[in-house]
Write a protein that binds this ligand. Structure first.
Ligand SMILES: CC(C)(COP(=O)(O)OP(=O)(O)OC[C@H]1O[C@@H](n2cnc3c(N)ncnc32)[C@H](O)[C@@H]1OP(=O)(O)O)[C@@H](O)C(=O)NCCC(=O)NCCS
Length: 180
C-alpha cells in the first residue's frame, strides 16, 4: 500500500471514499436528511479545490490495484484565532480497510507535511457522537474545545482534538506499530 500526495485525477476516487465512509460512519447517528447532505459531486469538487489550493493538501492510501481506500485532507486552521496552526479537515478510511493501520499512516504523512511547512501543532473537529474518537486519543490527541453545531436544523456537539507539539508525535512506544 502506498501513501502519497493526491493528484487532480484522484478527485473522483477520493469523493467515493468520502461518501461511502460518511454513510457507514453516520448511519443511525445522523437523521436521513442530514446523511444525504454529503454527495459525490459536492465531495469531488471539495477534493479538487483542496488539491488545487496552494496551502491545503490531501494524502491518499492507494492499494496495488490503484483503488484509493483512504485519504486525509489538511492545511491551516480554518476558524482563526485558535492556538493551533494546522488542522486536519477530514480523514476517512473505507470500512472494510479500517483497523489495519492505514489511518495512522495517513496521519503520520499529514504530520510530516505539516512539519515541512513549519507547522508544529494541529487540531481536528469530530462530531460528539462519532464512534471513532478513540483513534485520535490513541494517537495522542486531547480534547481542547467543544462547540455546538447546527447541521441544517439538526443540533449536535462537536469536539476538537488537539496536538500541541507534533515534533514528538509517533515517537512514544505505544504508537510504534503505527509509524510510517
Ligand atoms: C478513524 C479512522 C480514520 C481510523 O483509521 P484506521 O485505519 O481504522 O485506524 P488505525 O488502524 O490506524 O488505528 C490506530 C489505532 O486507533 C485506535 N482505533 C482506531 N479505530 C478505533 C475504533 N473504531 N475503536 C477504538 N479504537 C480505535 C486503535 O487503538 C487502533 O490501534 P489497534 O487497531 O492496534 O488497536 C477510520 O476508522 C475511519 O475512517 N473512520 C470513519 C470515519 C471517521 O470517523 N473519521 C474521522 C472523522 S472526525
Amino acid at each position: 500500500m502506498l501513501i502519497r500526495e493526491a493528484k487532480l485525477s484522484d478527485a473522483a476516487k477520493i469523493a467515493r471514499v468520502n461518501v461511502d465512509t460518511w454513510k457507514s460512519t453516520y448511519q443511525g447517528i445522523l437523521p436521513p436528511p442530514q446523511l444525504a447532505l454529503v454527495t459525490f459531486p459536492d465531495r469531488k469538487h471539495y477534493a479538487r479545490e483542496i488539491i488545487k489550493s496552494a496551502d491545503k493538501d490531501i494524502v491518499v492510501a492507494e492499494i496495488e490495484s490503484g483503488k484509493i481506500v483512504g485519504f486525509a485532507a489538511f492545511g491551516p486552521e480554518r476558524a482563526g484565532g485558535l492556538p493551533f496552526k494546522g488542522e486536519l479537515y477530514v480523514i476517512y478510511v473505507l470500512k472494510s480497510f479500517q483497523r489495519k493501520g492505514i489511518g495512522s499512516r495517513l496521519l503520520a504523512a499529514v504530520r510530516k507535511k505539516l512539519l515541512e511547512k513549519g507547522i508544529h501543532s494541529f487540531m481536528v473537529w469530530a462530531l460528539h457522537d462519532n464512534p471513532y474518537q478513540r483513534f485520535y486519543q490513541t494517537l495522542g490527541g486531547t480534547i481542547v474545545y467543544t462547540r455546538t453545531l447546527d447541521i441544517e436544523g439538526f443540533k449536535t456537539l462537536e469536539r476538537a482534538y488537539g496536538w500541541w507539539d507534533i515534533t514528538t508525535m509517533f515517537q512514544e512506544n505505544q504508537y510504534r506499530n503505527h509509524m510510517l
